[in-house]
Design a protein around this ligand. Structure first.
Ligand code: IPM
Ligand code: MG
Length: 350
């Protein structure tokens, strides 16, 4: 069982180090090897996803990623930006299914900007298609036309791309509350009319799961109005990007949310939902719990070790109950700790 570890940029190396300690403490005989992705790879190899990283990521059963990006690379040409490395590894490994849970931990109920009664007990899973849509569509570009600049991108989906991500959503819903809400913009966009048509067809394969459809603008509104109406939400790459950020903030603590990006055989890339937080990088204050919870998702989905996954999740709940908090989730009366001390607390509880 081989894990490719990509610490990345900003706080990435600090939070990944704690997750690696947890992996080692589990004593499940993982082989781990590190490589470069993102800005650090641009600096070292002038390529955000260098060939050595491609090789290691392909050979591994799972990839653990910290975060990529930082202001020093923001003005680079597009292919030399950290984000291009992330998009390429997703596409290269065929990681079409992005699972982003938004769970409110009772201990952190005050972190949300929404009223407690609106978010108490929140447990949503956003299933985002990750290798298609306007993110990868051709043609794309900025050209000069009729005396002015003209920017364009192309939104497209094949029915097989839609079908496979809908099946992931239905399978996930079967293990939860058996409800899928498919999000589209069929009143305007043909591409998403096809999305809705295919969603209905796939729904017939899962008569035990309730399927509903919602337009994306309404979904954005319903997420803040009454988020607990949702169980699994499934949508395309761009809508999923936006709605998953919105859903994560319902919990008020993006530092707690993991994610998984899976291929058809449950090989996966696991990363926290938050970014590289350059403003606090190197200070030892970042919250490692989202990365540690990403390890739990890795154990569950790639290594099919539900017992170990539950163990890691239980340990995270325990350190919260014990009062340990990094700065992002700190409130009066709790114990403020840094990245490493939070890792120590997790290891002690484990
Ligand atoms: C995400 C991020 C990425 C995306 C960026 C960094 C390319 O926002 O994983 O949600 O848009 O997919
Ligand atoms: Mg995003």
């Amino acid at each position: 069982m081989k894990i490719c570890v990509l610490p990345g940029d900003g706080i990435g190396p600090e939070i990944t180090a704690e997750a690696v300690r947890v992996l080692k403490a589990l004593d499940l005989k993982f082989e781990m090897e590190e490589a470069l992705l993102g800005g650090c790879a641009i600096d070292a190899a002038n390529d955000p996803f260098p060939p050595a990283t491609q090789k290691l990521a392909k050979e591994a059963d799972a990839v653990l990623l910290g975060a990529v990006g930082g202001p020093q690379w923001d003005n680079n040409p597009r292919e030399l930006r950290p984000e291009s490395g992330l998009l390429r590894i997703r596409k290269d490994l065929g990681l079409f299914a992005n699972l982003r849970p938004a769970i409110l931990y009772p201990e952190l109920a005050n972190a949300s900007t929404l009223k407690p009664e609106v978010v108490a007990g929140l447990d949503i899973l956003i299933v985002r298609e990750l290798t298609g849509d306007i993110y990868f569509g051709q043609p794309r570009g900025i050209e000069f036309k009729n005396g002015e600049r003209f920017g364009f991108n192309t939104m497209h989906y094949t029915e097989s791309e839609i079908r496979r991500i809908l099946r992931v959503a239905f399978a996930a819903a079967r293990k939860r509350n058996k409800r899928v809400c498919s999000v589209d913009k069929m009143n305007v966009l043909e591409c998403t009319q096809l999305w809705r048509d295919v969603a209905k067809e796939v729904g017939k394969e899962y008569p035990d799961v309730e399927l509903s459809h919602m337009l994306v603008d309404n979904a954005a509104m319903q997420l803040v109005k009454n988020p607990k109406q949702f169980d699994v939400m499934v949508t395309g790459n761009m809508f999923g990007d936006i709605l998953s950020d919105e859903a994560s903030m319902l919990t008020g603590s993006i530092g707690m949310l993991p994610s998984a990006s899976l291929d058809a055989n449950n090989k996966g890339l696991y990363e926290p939902s938050h970014g590289s937080a350059p403003d606090i990088a190197g200070k030892g204050v970042a919250n490692p719990l989202a990365t540690i919870l990403s390890v739990a998702m890795m154990l569950r989905y790639t290594f099919a070790n539900e017992a170990a996954a539950l163990r890691v999740e239980a340990v995270v709940k325990k350190v919260l109950a014990q009062g340990f908090r990094t700065g992002d989730i700190y409130e009066a009366g709790t114990r403020r700790v840094g990245t490493k001390e939070m890792g120590d607390a997790v290891l002690a509880a484990l």
